[in-house]
Design a protein around this ligand. Structure first.
Ligand SMILES: Nc1ncnc2c1ncn2[C@@H]1O[C@H](COP(=O)(O)OP(=O)(O)OP(=O)(O)O)[C@@H](O)[C@H]1O
Ligand SMILES: [Mg+2]
Length: 128
């Protein structure tokens, strides 16, 4: 399955909106210790439905929301979108491209979207 793109804002160390395009040929993510490489894989696991805060290296789910730094305030929501290529129809939906989005608020409320339409967590986990 081809992961095309990851967009995130407010997830762990990603205070600003970032967009990572996994263009053909990308096989690795490199960077200094603590620069956020594992946070990228955590974001992928989370958007695909991970329910265990511990698996995401936290204690409670809220720990995945940007908690602020010396120069920035904490954020109240984390949002991750993963775009998957479905031109080979591996996923049981009628779209060439499928985006899945997960949002969580500090209040504990959460939202799931598929191709920008609200859906249930189950709709996302059942895709795979
Ligand atoms: N909720 C959060 N808010 C702000 N920063 C966070 C949050 N959760 C984690 N971080 C930061 O993310 C950083 C760790 O990132 P990560 O583990 O992805 O690094 P890495 O590149 O995988 O490092 P290594 O090479 O050591 O494996 C730490 O600086 C940590 O403070
Ligand atoms: Mg790491």
């Amino acid at each position: 399955m081809y992961l095309k793109q990851l967009d995130t804002i407010g997830f762990k160390s990603f205070a600003e909106r970032i967009k990572i395009e996994f263009v053909t040929g990308v096989t690795a993510v490199v960077g200094p210790n603590g620069s956020g490489k594992s946070n990228i894989t955590d974001a992928i696991r989370w958007v695909l439905g991970e329910q265990s805060a511990k698996s995401l290296r936290g204690v409670k789910m809220e720990d995945i929301i940007f908690q602020g730094s010396d120069t920035r305030n904490a954020l109240n929501v984390a949002e991750v979108t993963l775009v998957l290529d479905n031109s080979d129809n591996q996923l049981p939906v009628d779209y060439q491209e499928v985006s899945v989005t997960r949002k969580v608020y500090r209040s504990g409320e959460s939202e799931f979207l598929m191709n920008k339409q609200p859906c249930r967590l189950k709709d996302i986990t059942e895709l795979f």
